[in-house]
Design a protein around this ligand. Structure first.
Ligand code: GLN
Length: 484
């Protein structure tokens, strides 16, 4: 096995036993970045110098006996998480030169545990998209087929993990942006319960839906990172004051008798045949491990995408009002103040971001509010209730993560509606605020990864991790690596 292919737990073991040093590991990862980044383009900013320095200090700390949970582990961070002193662009021209004066809560926690930041990863501008093609700095490629998209919006983070350009990464998920690219890149992506992880320092897209989560090579690493980043934070009033269990301790526990709901509404027309078959096989596998599959109904699923695109764009139109050329970011010249605002926003935002600001502004405008925003909120409540009802009879819900494997670059850029449909299985999870994980469950005949999504009750990441781990340990999908 190549050093860059190590998992967090594998690397910690190798470091702990003295076989590998953080500096060696970090150098191996940078050698890999130098070899494959030209093909993948996962990063907006690569932070080699500071990474080697962080690896050195992790090494010194380990010698002193101070052991962080991530001491010396090279990780990539999505470029919508603020990192003090390191450019944070959201893959937008408007923030191209923005250097945050503060650190996000999650990266602060990673720092405290001794992680090494390899760089900031590419995304769809302001996390709006499903393919990482909406980046002002160019598209990221799927490591399994560089003619295809890696998914999005955390496509840079997922491609980097899959290609061995980091040991693990962080992403954000508003409607599927961790789980969908994780599925398409053959890695593990977890969106925690809304409120589980502080959003302080995450550049806001749709604040009532955004969550930060781990992107890893296996389920154990996902639990390790969730342990580090979870918890109440006074700097984010929407972070929940709930206890954080040890997510690693549930791994390996028996799943016998656990009830797995299969929503009948998720077997949609137009599903890719191979994806459908792999997901059904995965459910059979879980059954052979002692879990009990049961049909459930989430009757309002069909309205999820429509409601999401009203709510997410409404929140985005309000959140993105702050980019006006005055406080920070790009500033274009104008004849007067109004003209300066208009020039700045016209030059700074890409077309998808503009489309959403316009849609959201319209949905919130007086006279339309009741017809759109209020209606969408009512649908959101119904979707939440669907999940509550289903979870009265089952412990977790299983679905495909995406309706199809990775599509070709450029295939959907002209058709936003087609693009929006890539998140048909992930969006309702954000609307309900419940946790969801995507794990690899097969490879198509074209050697493209397929993902299984497991959805849990509010604050019950333990059940989905436990089942994901049991499945993973009885299969070999997670061990496959792309040939680059
Ligand atoms: N693809 C969805 C969108 O474009 C979700 C993005 C996300 O989760 N950040 O809004």
């Amino acid at each position: 096995m190549e050093t860059y292919d190590l998992t967090i737990s594998g690397a910690l073991q190798a470091i702990g036993s003295g076989q590998l040093s953080p500096v060696e590991l970090t150098k191996a990862v940078f050698k890999r970045i130098e070899a494959v980044e030209g093909k993948i383009k996962a990063f907006v900013t690569i932070a080699k110098e500071s990474a080697i320095e962080q690896a050195r200090s992790a090494e010194i700390n380990i010698k002193k006996g101070v052991k962080g949970a991530l001491a010396g582990i090279p990780m990539a961070v999505k470029d919508n998480l603020c990192t003090e002193g390191i450019r944070t662009t959201c893959s937008s021209k408007i923030l191209e030169k923005f250097i945050p004066p503060y650190e996000s809560t999650v990266t602060k926690k990673l720092k405290e545990q001794g992680y090494v930041l390899t760089g900031k990863t590419n995304l769809d501008e302001f996390a709006m998209g499903s393919s990482t093609e909406n980046s002002a700095f160019g598209a990221t490629r799927n490591p399994w087929d560089t003619g295809r998209i890696p998914g999005g919006s955390s496509g840079g983070s997922c491609a980097a993990v899959s290609a061995g350009e980091c040991i693990a990464a962080l992403g954000s998920d508003t409607g599927g942006s961790i789980r969908q690219p994780a599925a398409l890149c053959g890695v593990v992506g977890l969106k925690p319960t809304y409120g589980r992880v502080s959003r302080y320092g995450l550049v806001a897209f749709a604040s009532s839906l955004d969550q930060i989560g781990p992107i890893t090579k296996d389920v154990r690493d996902s639990a390790i990172l969730l342990n580090v980043i979870s918890g109440h934070d006074l700097l984010d009033s929407t972070s929940a004051p709930v206890e954080v269990p040890d997510f690693v301790s549930v791994l390996g526990r028996d799943i016998k008798g656990m009830k797995i709901g299969i929503p009948k509404e998720f077997l949609i027309e137009g599903m890719d045949k191979e994806v459908d078959a792999f997901v059904r096989d995965a459910i059979k596998k879980l059954e052979s491990l002692g879990a009990v599959p049961l049909e459930v109904s989430l009757p309002h699923t069909g309205y999820a995408v429509a409601a999401y695109y009203i709510l997410a764009t409404s929140e985005a139109s309000s959140n993105l009002a702050r980019y006006d050329g005055v406080k920070y970011g790009l500033r274009a010249e104008g004849r007067d103040l109004m003209d300066m605002y208009m020039q700045t926003r016209a030059k700074g935002f890409g077309s998808e971001v503009k489309r959403r600001i316009i849609l959201g502004t319209y949905a919130l405008s007086s006279g339309y509010y009741d017809a759109y925003y209020k209606k969408a909120q009512q649908i959101r409540t119904l979707i939440k209730k669907d999940f509550q009802r289903a979870f009265e009879t089952v412990d977790v819900i299983a679905t495909p993560t995406t309706p199809a494997p990775a599509f070709k670059l450029g295939e959907k850029t002209e058709d936003p509606l087609q693009m929006y449909l890539s998140d048909i299985f992930t969006i309702s999870v954000n609307l309900a605020g419940v946790p969801g994980i995507s794990i690899p469950c097969g490879f198509t005949s074209g050697n493209l990864p397929v993902g299984l999504q497991l959805i849990g009750k509010h604050f019950d990441e333990e059940s989905i991790l436990k089942i994901a781990y049991a499945y993973e340990q009885s299969t070999d999908w997670h061990k496959k690596r792309p040939k680059l």
